[in-house]
Design a protein around this ligand. Structure first.
Ligand code: UT7
Length: 334
């Protein structure tokens, strides 16, 4: 039994926060942001929308585009660094509830921007072992809820959104998810961190006053490791599976910064037209970035049935991973 990538969907919040809006909030400029990151705008969820609402809407689209009904989903997993609740209930449980799914395993994973690749690894193993048949995986983020809009080193980068996919069973090896590699190294934990809210710095007045509930990033140091790691990830997974880069139909890297994507793409010689690039309009949406980018490629007809996708992610932890995935869903129709 193999695991097949059956469908993709996404949800993009309506509100747009432009670089010009940010110019009025912090000491920055549209010119600096575009030059250093390639980002022009990002989406921000409504006040009354929570992460599971975004994930739910992406999931509805993924389910609708698959061959299965909600009742056939036997596991729901969500990757997020901005869950509805810090400890419980899980965002996956909330997504299940909104979808009307009852009595199936639902849980969250914490792997920051690599979350969607971790989900692929997990779903592949559960399906291949025969334990589950149709798994809903969701990368959903309301990152605006953990951003300090007085901190120009983070607030210009991140946005909200969600992406979801159905991973199902197949006996056809040509439809299979080929391989997923995923790793972590906690030695780099402090470079990209939300220090408050957990057991180390619980929600207390003094911690909140120190703004520990917000994400902090040593951007420049993260940047250097990200480029190196994202490049090595691709080299490793292609070599391991004896696949040449020219066989990849769509390279879908994590959308953190145009300069990072471009450095990796040019080093590995992926043509621009075979590289997903959505960071300009969505910013960095962490675990949602890869499925949101994939969905854009799908809806523009650039990912079709049978195409070989290469996913490549890097994020807080540090975590990183790559996946070689055949798109085994239906072609997009309006
Ligand atoms: O998703 C997880 C992975 N995340 C990433 O991969 C993000 C990785 N990091 C980055 O994308 C980049 O490092 C940033 C976009 C965050 C920063 O770009 P950079 O080219 O590394 O800039 P820098 O941090 O080295 O700062 C350069 C200058 C500094 O000023 P001085 O010291 O040269 O006078 C900063 O204070 O730019 C200044 N600066 C800003 N200026 C205007 C930093 N942020 C801003 C800003 N607007 N928003």
């Amino acid at each position: 039994m193999y695991a097949a990538f059956r469908s993709i969907g996404s949800y993009i919040p309506e509100n747009i926060l432009t670089n010009h809006d940010l110019e009025k909030m912090v000491d920055t400029s549209d010119e600096w942001i575009v030059k250093r990151t390639g980002i022009k705008e990002r989406r921000i969820a409504n006040k009354d929308e929570v992460t599971s609402d975004l994930g739910y809407k992406a999931a509805l689209q993924a389910i609708e585009r698959s061959d299965i009904s909600v009742d056939e989903i036997d596991m729901v997993v969500c990757a997020t660094l901005s869950p509805d609740y810090l400890t419980m209930p899980s965002t996956a449980a909330m997504i299940s509830q909104k979808l009307g799914i009852k009595n199936v395993m639902a849980f969250d994973i914490s792997a920051a921007c690599t979350g969607f690749v971790y989900l692929m690894s997990l779903a592949k193993s559960f399906v291949e072992s025969g334990a589950k048949k149709n798994i809903l995986i969701v990368g959903a983020e309301k990152i605006s809820s953990i951003i300090d809009y007085e901190d120009r080193s983070t607030c210009i980068l991140f946005g909200d959104g969600a992406g979801a996919a159905i991973i199902g069973q197949t006996e056809d090896k040509n439809e299979a998810i080929i391989d997923v590699l995923a790793s972590a190294n906690g030695n780099f934990g402090e470079l990209l961190i939300t220090p408050g809210g957990g057991s180390k710095n619980p929600i207390r007045e003094d911690n909140v006053k120190d703004k520990l509930q917000y994400m902090k990033m040593a951007g420049n140091e993260v940047f250097k490791v990200a480029v190196k790691t994202l490049t090595n990830d691709v080299i490793e997974i292609l070599a391991k599976n004896k696949i040449d880069a020219s066989e990849v139909d769509m390279f879908i890297p994590h959308q953190a910064n145009y300069r990072i994507v471009e450095a990796v793409r040019s080093k590995l010689n992926f043509p621009i037209e075979k590289t997903a690039l959505t960071v300009a309009k969505y910013g960095n949406t962490s675990s949602a970035s890869i499925p949101m980018a994939m969905n854009d490629m799908y809806e523009s007809g650039r990912v079709k049935h049978g195409d070989l996708m290469l996913l490549d992610a890097f994020g807080g932890g540090f975590t990183w991973g790559s996946a070689l995935v055949r798109f085994a869903g239906k072609n997009f129709t309006k």
